[in-house]
Ligand binder design. Structure first.
Ligand SMILES: [Zn+2]
Ligand SMILES: [Zn+2]
Length: 290
């Protein structure tokens, strides 16, 4: 059972605003797709329209469930090192154990102190400005699946929005393109309170979300496949790369192939996040077993 965080509301105002925006925009776009876009695209004029309307509504709901469920997982699961009971006889500096001067304790290998979370984080990846918490060993699977589902959801939504939005525009104007690419030009063109403007806003946000989640998904896939953190990648070290299957289990747990279906399915991690195998150890063990 993964430990839960004591405090989930971000302390920093910018993070609180970012989290509020994420919690508003995800359900808003979901409702827009199901209540406005899909009924307009599948309006019953063609054969099988009703089937496709229900089919895409069900698929959209499934993806939405995974986006929100994994987002909740990132926020709720505690990935700090404070639950770890340190066995001082094994806490050797040569294995990567180090003293954290802020926590005034010995920290496990690959864990680093986060000044925003004010604690040491197991296999610290980064502090996420949208959720107000760190991504580390215990909650990485939720973060990764959140990105993967968000990427798919935004592609899916953009595909339908494209048909719907342009069917709503009676006469093409260059200002439409500008409003899609830069939603803040509303300040220049003046506030347009029409529903079309709101739809343009959703259209822009899904495309921005698609690019943003796509880049992050690529980056995090690379790190998961090679068992690296961003910090280790910048330093050029990948001593924990023990083969793709080993690395995937370290990142997503033993049931990595099932967690794509439901964020609440358990996928136990192979260890506590304090004792990390190196490629050298794996090859030495392999030689011993020959
Ligand atoms: Zn610390
Ligand atoms: Zn943090």
């Amino acid at each position: 059972m993964l430990p839960f965080r004591d405090r989930v509301i971000p302390k920093i105002v910018s993070e609180l605003v970012a989290l509020g925006f994420v919690l508003f925009i995800i359900p808003a776009i979901y409702i827009f797709e199901l209540a406005v876009v899909l009924p307009a695209v599948y309006d019953g004029k063609k054969e099988f329209d009703t089937f496709w309307l229900y089919f895409h509504s069900a698929c959209g709901t499934f993806v939405m469930f995974n986006v929100v469920g994994n987002l909740i997982g990132v926020i709720l699961v505690d990935t700090s090192a404070k639950h770890i009971i340190v066995d001082t006889s094994k806490a050797d500096a040569s294995n990567g154990w180090h003293l954290c001067s802020v926590c005034e304790t010995i920290s496990p290998p690959r864990s680093w102190h986060c000044s925003q979370c004010n604690t040491c984080i197991l296999k610290r990846e980064h502090h996420c400005g949208f959720t107000g918490c760190c991504v580390g060993y215990n909650n990485f699977r939720f973060f990764y699946l959140f990105l993967a589902n968000l990427f798919f959801a935004t592609i899916y939504a953009t595909y339908f929005n494209h048909y719907y939005i342009w069917s709503q525009v009676i006469a093409f104007e260059w200002s439409h393109i500008i409003r899609i690419v830069m939603p803040l030009t509303i300040l220049f063109f003046g506030i347009d309170t029409s529903m079309t403007q709101l739809y343009f806003f959703y259209y822009s946000i899904t495309m921005i979300g698609c690019c943003f989640s796509g880049v992050l998904l690529y980056q995090q896939s690379y790190l998961a496949f090679f068992n690296q953190t961003s910090w280790e990648r910048n330093k050029g070290t990948n001593e924990h790369d023990c083969g793709v299957m080993h690395n995937i289990r370290d990142a997503l747990g033993h049931r990595w192939y099932l967690i794509w279906l439901c964020p609440f399915l358990q996928s136990p991690l192979p260890h506590e996040g304090i004792q990390w195998m190196t490629r050298k150890q794996i090859s030495l063990e392999g030689e011993k077993n020959k």
